[in-house]
Design a binder for this molecule. Structure first.
Ligand SMILES: NC(=O)c1ccc[n+]([C@@H]2O[C@H](COP(=O)([O-])OP(=O)(O)OC[C@H]3O[C@@H](n4cnc5c(N)ncnc54)[C@H](OP(=O)(O)O)[C@@H]3O)[C@@H](O)[C@H]2O)c1
Length: 286
């Protein structure tokens, strides 16, 4: 049995689906009981609900599992505390195997959520556990919340220049790689960068989506103040807004680059292109 933490989010459900495809039994730890149905539909055999900051819930969650797949909630200010608690719970329960869902280039201090993941990686290396660290690039699926606006208005909005090159990866490939390292021996001690085939600019993304939708799609550069205002209106926490603005500033200055070679090795095939991802979305898959 594998425990998947943060299981109710998009990453967690993708990992559960990929684990089920490899016939791995998984327990899903979700934030709230109402997420239970979605994770069972994604393949979870068992569900536990609670706050990742609660050591009592974590102790119950790791009971009788062979491996932990730890996904921290996105841009969580307590990521290091949560990571430490998850490691301590695994050790106390005698779980040997621990896979951490990190991020590509966690060593970038200018992006606070990346830097916090590096701190979790550091404590994992000293944990004595059999550790595998996965470092995914930014997901192609991050475009999906804008999908209907793109289709309706022909506008793809980004808070950085339209020429910024960004390395992206299909979350389905990331999840398949996650299931592979959980199912196979020989991945303990490894840190794997998981990136798609190329860095794409927003201009190129608009071109690919426009071609697939058979309509003109333009990139709309929204300023950081405008983006923050919209994010605040949608209920995003101030610390998350500040963190994401730091990320957008970094992207604008340096772009975000990675190589597909490690993911190709893990999948036994090249990772999906953005064109293939878009074709799958149009065919009804996500
Ligand atoms: N998105 C990307 O491009 C990308 C790329 C590389 C790595 N990552 C990493 O992948 C991880 C997951 O990202 P995601 O976008 O899949 O997350 P997500 O969809 O936002 O899911 C996070 C889940 O965690 C739950 N949660 C929030 N606070 C919690 C708490 N205190 N205790 C227990 N559960 C809690 C949320 O439930 P509620 O909704 O009920 O709060 C939600 O179900 C993050 O660590 C992120 O940094 C993401």
């Amino acid at each position: 049995m594998i425990l998947v933490t943060g299981a109710g989010g998009k990453t967690g459900r993708a990992v559960l689906r990929a684990a089920a495809a490899r016939r791995l039994d998984a327990r899903a730890m979700v934030h709230r009981p109402e997420h239970g149905e979605a994770v069972r539909a994604a393949g979870a055999a068992d569900v536990i609900a609670g706050d990742l900051r609660d050591p009592g819930v974590l102790a119950l969650a790791v009971k009788d599992v062979d491996a932990v797949y730890h996904i921290c909630p996105n841009v969580h200010p307590d990521e290091v505390k949560i990571g430490r608690a998850a490691v301590e719970a695994a050790r106390a329960a005698g779980v040997r195997r621990f896979v951490f869902h990190s991020v590509l280039h966690p060593q970038i201090e200018a992006m606070p959520h990346h830097w916090r993941k590096l701190r979790v990686e550091e404590l994992l290396l000293a944990s004595g556990l059999e550790v595998t660290i996965l470092q995914p690039a930014s997901y192609m699926q991050n475009v999906l919340p804008q999908w209907s606006a793109i289709a309706a208005r022909g506008l793809y909005s980004v808070p950085y220049p339209s020429t910024t090159p960004l390395c992206m990866v299909d979350l389905a490939d990331v999840a398949e790689a996650a299931a592979t390292v959980l199912a196979e021996d020989g991945h303990a001690g490894a840190t794997y960068e998981l990136a798609g085939p190329e860095a794409l600019t927003p201009e190129r993304i608009a071109e690919i989506v426009g071609h697939a939708l058979n309509r003109e799609v333009e990139v709309e550069e929204v300023g950081l103040d405008g983006w923050a205002e919209r994010a605040r209106a949608s209920g995003m926490r101030d610390d998350a807004i500040d963190t994401l603005i730091a990320m957008f500033r970094y992207y604008a200055r340096y772009g975000f680059h990675g190589s597909p070679r490690v993911l190709t090795m893990l999948l036994g095939r090249p990772p999906a292109s953005f064109e293939a991802f878009v074709a799958r979305v149009l065919a009804g898959g996500g």
